[in-house]
Design a protein around this ligand. Structure first.
Ligand code: S3P
Length: 430
């Protein structure tokens, strides 16, 4: 499906964005390992999270979706999964594959997991390495680095592991495997990545200690089914926030968005660029902080330098930020973001390709992007690279550009933001 995008004058109104992808995945996973029922509200019915549901059904878990947005998981406790008869398919979802590898490592059975073309190219050794140290046998192409991966799980030993990458997926895989190990598993990260797993493990009753950059989890906890209200996904909100921030005269309110401090870097960076952002109705919903976010703009944004510890706090929002940067006055430099190369596409290349197509000044760096803002963007025909966040960045650039834009193969947007186009229609002011 190709998406036709026409320019807008401003963006105005109040909208909600779909549920958080990271939280939705984890709620299904912990629900499956808990005693009793877990009821998930505002579940993201995007393709990635549906892949997680499909995998857990193949592992013998009863999961129902009685009404849109509600998922009921009948937990079978820590040792209740059963050997899948067929290959597990994580589709496009790195979170499904990496977190599930942690869980499968602790199972007394054999399983095989694969994914689509993009996922089969993404590095898995960062996860299979530490899981191997815990005693799991994981085999795959390129020495266990590429899916399909075959897992012979079993008794695990706890490890004390220091990760070189700030990755919540690696951390979560090890912590989830740690549930099946005798004793305490310790994971240290180089800088803080999203902590949804730690928060939700505590909510379900696991013992998790966090001090400095180290997280400790005790093996064999009794997990109990919970009610999980999934907050709106800040990484979906980011596209609308970036567009409103870049278009003078906009006034957009996003209701019920997750504002976890490990994820809310985009709010800080857009504010530093000159957007007026108001956070209100701040509340705690279950394990996660939630708020309403109002973005308005009366002037042009200015360029900014982003790097270091900020990067994991907005890693998924860099395509959106890059579009805002192209509209800003002056230079924006994004550094320490080499991880972008191993996302659903090589996002350093894909963002540079995208912005260049719109006539923006952009340079690929080995670990980021250099964007010279302020040139008028011109509508164009652009590729999605099969990556949902690149397709949405292209659509947002299309709103801000002169003339029409066509985003080719935009169906991938359904991975994380079903209904994206309808939301855009509701907030556009011609
Ligand atoms: C995610 C972690 C991040 C992020 C991804 C979702 C998660 O990946 O980019 O979209 O749910 O844990 P890394 O952990 O590889 O940085």
């Amino acid at each position: 499906m190709d998406l036709l995008v026409k320019p807008v004058r401003t963006l105005r109104g109040t909208v909600t964005v779909p549920g958080d992808k990271s939280v939705s995945h984890r709620a299904v996973m912990l629900g499956a390992l808990a005693r009793g029922e877990t009821v998930i509200k505002n579940f993201l019915a995007g393709k990635d999270c549906l892949s997680t549901i499909d995998c857990f059904r193949k592992l013998g878990i009863d999961i129902k979706m009685p009404v849109a947005g509600t998922v009921r998981v009948r937990g079978r406790e820590l040792h209740g999964l059963s050997e899948p008869e067929d290959i597990l398919d994580a589709g496009n979802s790195g979170t499904t594959m990496r977190l599930l590898l942690g869980i499968l490592s602790g199972q007394p059975f054999f399983s095989v997991i694969t994914g689509d073309r993009s996922l089969r190219r993404r590095p898995m050794a960062r996860v299979t390495g530490p899981l191997g140290l815990m005693g799991a046998r994981v085999e795959g192409r390129r020495n266990g680095n590429l899916a399909p991966l075959a897992v012979r799980g079993g008794r695990l030993k706890p490890i004390t592991f220091t990760s070189k990458v700030a990755s919540a997926q690696v951390k979560s895989a090890v912590l989830l495997a740690g549930l099946f190990a005798e004793g305490e598993t310790v994971f240290t990260e180089p800088c803080r990545s999203r902590d949804h797993t730690e928060r939700m493990l505590r909510q379900f009753g696991a013992e998790v200690d966090i001090s400095g950059g180290s997280i400790r989890v005790k093996g064999h906890p009794g997990l109990t089914g919970q009610k999980v209200n999934v907050p709106g996904d800040i990484s979906s909100a980011a596209f609308l926030m970036a567009a409103a921030a870049a278009l003078p005269g906009s006034d957009l309110t996003l209701q019920g968005v997750g504002v976890n401090p490990a994820r809310n870097g985009i709010i800080e960076v857009l504010s530093d660029m000159g957007a007026e952002i108001e956070i209100f109705n701040y509340r705690q919903e279950g394990a996660e902080p939630v708020a309403d976010i109002r973005v308005s703009n009366s002037k042009k944004l200015s360029g900014i330098s982003v790097g270091g510890k900020m990067i994991p706090r907005l890693i998924d929002d860099i395509p959106a930020l890059a579009v805002a940067a192209a509209m800003a006055e002056g230079k924006t430099e994004i550094r320490d973001a080499g991880e972008l190369k191993v996302k659903e596409s090589n996002r350093i290349y894909a963002v540079a390709d995208l912005l260049a197509g719109f006539g923006a000044g952009v340079e690929e760096l080995t670990d980021g992007l250099l964007i010279r803002g302020g040139r008028d963007l011109k509508g164009c025909i652009c590729k999605s690279h099969g990556d949902h966040r690149i397709a949405m960045a292209a659509a947002v650039a299309g709103l801000l550009a002169g003339g029409e834009t066509v985003v080719l193969n935009a169906e991938c947007i359904d991975i994380s933001f079903p209904g994206f186009y309808d939301v855009l229609k509701n907030i556009r002011v011609e």
